[in-house]
Design a protein around this ligand. Structure first.
Ligand SMILES: C[S@@+](CC[C@H](N)C(=O)[O-])C[C@H]1O[C@@H](n2cnc3c(N)ncnc32)[C@H](O)[C@@H]1O
Length: 494
């Protein structure tokens, strides 16, 4: 049996038009002046602050050298070094507003979170100029508007709002219209529309105010003391001993009677041991820790460029699940939680993953979608849950590269209620060859693999019932389902 996913020519054309504008921005500086800040606001948002800052400095430095060297008369080694030094300073000053935005914006609510970038984009260069030259000229309105537009587009994109294309398009019509007026109508405006000497210092003041209010906001991670039902299901993945919650010096941890201790970090109980990150698990964990920030966006862009309906794509396998309101649902290798959106409201969500960065992005998604889930950092090959804890257990997109697939499947079965239907869905070898082996970041992880991807139907124990495999999207994905024997209703009543 096979299921195909629809594709739409209209959204494909729209996606390619936008992508072309972003590519054009690297060649035509007038376009780049608007697309660059959008890319910067988006990219820094996907990274940990320090890594994002270093990347932005490196990118700014290289672009500065490429676009700026013609303007500088390089007459000797001293001038060249001098120029390199200034290019580096400019790259650091250019990266700082994005880093400020990365630190402050996530702690502010709603549309207010678009303001740190434009305020800092005015205030930081102004401050740098003032510190170096004493009195400095005002950095004005065009900078503010350009960066506000960028932060707004990135904010709408991250919220998966339909208005993203609208605002993006409207911004470029305004900019393009003005460019045409300037070219053909001779209309000229002062480069940065200074609107008074008080503008830049006011932006600095407002940026400081925003950072103080962000600092004063309470932490966003709920306590596990409010999740007694989830704690009741937990057991040590190493000894099987039951766990209970303790709070020591304001920090929560799960402890067993035999003295094992599993800390709760940033709202997520941590069950990893160093040996969980060896072999293939360690290898692919490094990949997911690196790409976690843009994992969702890569999927979104890839679907858009192919004109694929993303919801259809997820529902092709998610609709097989028998989840209903009130059920306890577990996804092993939950990643950024993308599948959770396709479950009925009212289910109790749980997700486990090996990558802390993927889980951090999952927490961000859940806040955005206003969903709640119990998240765990752990290995799908040794789950920290008691037997028969969940009404629905499923896995999407990771098992092909697990260290021990058979163990992961047996663990899924152990924690599922008797009578429940389990789902395993992943890419096929054809997909791995067509995409992972070709994409620059992933190719080094997937080329020269020891084994090919196979559908793990032989690893499903023979006593499972209704074992079925369905190919999805022209054979690029599969959905393997089976039922755990036993009477589910009887077990629930016990
Ligand atoms: C391709 S992503 C899929 C994420 C999500 N299920 C989805 O459909 O978008 C694969 C995920 O498997 C996780 N993973 C890999 N090995 C694992 C293991 N042994 N235990 C738990 N998670 C693992 C990775 O960290 C990553 O988040």
């Amino acid at each position: 049996m096979a299921t195909n996913v629809k594709s739409s020519r209209r959204s494909q054309i729209m996606a390619w038009s936008v992508a072309s504008l972003f590519i054009l921005g690297f060649i035509v500086s007038q376009v780049g002046a608007w697309t660059g800040p959008i890319q910067g606001a988006w990219f820094v948002g996907t990274q940990k602050p320090r890594r994002g800052f270093l990347w932005m400095v490196a990118i700014g430095f290289v672009l500065g050298l490429i676009f700026g060297w013609r303007m500088i008369p390089l007459t000797g080694a001293v001038q060249a070094l001098d120029y390199l030094g200034w290019a580096l300073v400019a790259a650091v000053v250019g990266a700082l507003p994005f880093t400020f935005h990365r630190l402050v914006s996530p702690r502010l609510g709603g549309f207010l979170s678009t303001l740190p970038l434009p305020l800092a984009a005015v205030a930081i260069p102004w401050l740098a100029l003032a510190l170096h030259f004493g009195a400095s000229k005002t950095v004005g309105l065009v900078t503010f508007l350009t960066f506000w537009f960028a932060a707004t587009v990135a904010w709408l994109w991250n919220r998966e709002s339909h208005a993203t294309y609208l605002v993006f398009g409207a911004g470029f019509i305004v900019v393009g219209g003005f460019g045409l007026l300037r070219h053909f109508g001779g209309v000229v405006l002062p480069a940065d529309l200074p609107i008074g000497v008080a503008f830049s210092p006011s932006c600095l003041g407002a940026a400081l105010l925003l950072s103080v209010s962000a600092l004063l906001k309470p932490g966003k991670h709920p306590t596990w003391a409010n999740r007694p039902q989830a704690v009741a299901l937990l057991q040590s993945p190493f000894t099987g001993n039951p766990l209970h919650l303790v709070t020591e010096r304001g920090r929560e941890a799960l402890v067993s009677t035999s003295g094992e201790r599993f800390p709760v970090r940033d709202g997520i109980p941590t069950f990893l041991k160093p040996q969980d990150l060896t072999g293939d698990n360690g290898k692919y964990n490094r990949l997911y820790e690196t790409i976690a920030g843009f994992y969702d966006d890569t999927q979104r862009v890839a679907c858009a460029l192919k004109g694929l309906d993303r919801d259809e794509y997820f529902l092709a396998y998610m609709r097989k699940l028998e989840a209903k309101p009130g059920d306890r649902v577990l996804e092993t290798s939950v990643g950024t939680g993308l599948s959770f959106k396709y479950l009925p409201r009212g289910v109790r969500l749980s997700g486990l993953d090996l990558s802390s960065e993927m889980l951090a992005n999952c927490q961000r998604n859940l806040r955005l979608w206003q969903l709640d889930a119990d998240l765990y950092l752990g290995n799908a090959e040794s789950l920290p849950f008691a037997d028969a804890s969940f009404d629905v257990v499923f896995h999407v997109g990771g098992i092909s590269f697990f260290h021990d697939q058979g163990k992961a499947i047996r663990e899924m079965i152990r924690v599922a209620r008797p009578g429940s239907l389990l789902l395993i869905s992943d890419e096929t070898e054809e997909y791995a060859k067509k995409t992972y082996e070709k994409i620059p970041i992933t190719s080094s992880y997937y080329k020269n693999r020891k084994t090919e991807v196979t559908i793990p139907v032989d690893l499903v124990p023979k006593e499972m019932e209704e074992i079925q495999v369905e190919m999805i999207k022209g054979g690029l994905f599969y959905a393997l389902t089976f039922r755990k024997p036993g009477n589910r209703l009887l077990t629930q009543a016990q």
